[in-house]
Design a protein around this ligand. Structure first.
Ligand SMILES: Cc1cc2nc3c(=O)[nH]c(=O)nc-3n(C[C@H](O)[C@H](O)[C@H](O)COP(=O)(O)O)c2cc1C
Length: 175
């Protein structure tokens, strides 16, 4: 898909079919994340975990419901794959910006594959991944903290091109 089309088709998907992603789809998305820019070029300070195991996904959903007290909301939206970005220095703004750059690359790659995807930070911010046993189940390496993530999967229906706009984010151009 041409870049402008990918950019304008990218959208947040919050409902997924139960179909799993293939190994090839997961690897394409992962490679997009691995080729993102990161602060100071310190690639060794970042780690991407991909959870496809349905029992672990269910454990994360249930930990989130416990933490938020909202039993009706699945923060993973039933997606079959959860990509998690962990960093060595979570207090540094550059780490968070880099994690976001990694997620955005993956979000665009998922879109190019006509998959639905959703940027996720709420789960990391509300402490769900710190719930007992969750980090171990996810295999987050020691010394790393999860700060951002994305779910991906087959949407119900198709992703469609959205109207192009210059108005969503205000701007000024100084000549
Ligand atoms: C940094 C960041 C964090 C986000 N965290 C969440 C989240 O935790 N849960 C969620 O459902 N959506 C999350 N989103 C998705 C936004 O709500 C969404 O991108 C925004 O409403 C614009 O919609 P669009 O992606 O369809 O253009 C996040 C997006 C960004 C950029």
């Amino acid at each position: 898909m041409d870049f402008m089309k990918v950019m304008h088709t990218r959208q947040t998907t919050r409902s997924y079919q139960t179909l799993e992603l293939s190994q090839g789809q997961v690897e394409l998305i992962l490679h997009a994340g691995q080729n993102a820019p990161v602060s100071r070029g310190r690639f060794e300070d970042y780690h991407i975990t991909v959870i496809k195991n349905s029992e672990i996904l269910a454990a994360i959903t249930s930990a989130a419901k416990e933490v938020t007290g909202n039993k009706d909301k699945d923060p993973l939206y039933g997606a079959p794959a959860f990509f998690v970005i962990s960093v060595k220095e979570p207090a540094k703004p550059g780490s968070i910006a880099s994690a976001a750059a990694i997620v955005e690359n993956m979000h665009l790659q998922a879109t190019a594959e006509l998959l639905g995807s959703c940027f996720l930070m709420g789960l990391m911010a509300n402490g769900t991944l710190d719930a007992e046993g969750i980090r171990e189940k996810m295999g987050i390496p020691d010394g790393f903290t999860p700060v951002a993530g994305m779910v991906a999967g087959y949407p119900h229906g198709y992703l469609h091109d959205r109207p192009r706009t210059l108005e969503k984010i205000a701007s000024n151009i100084v000549e």
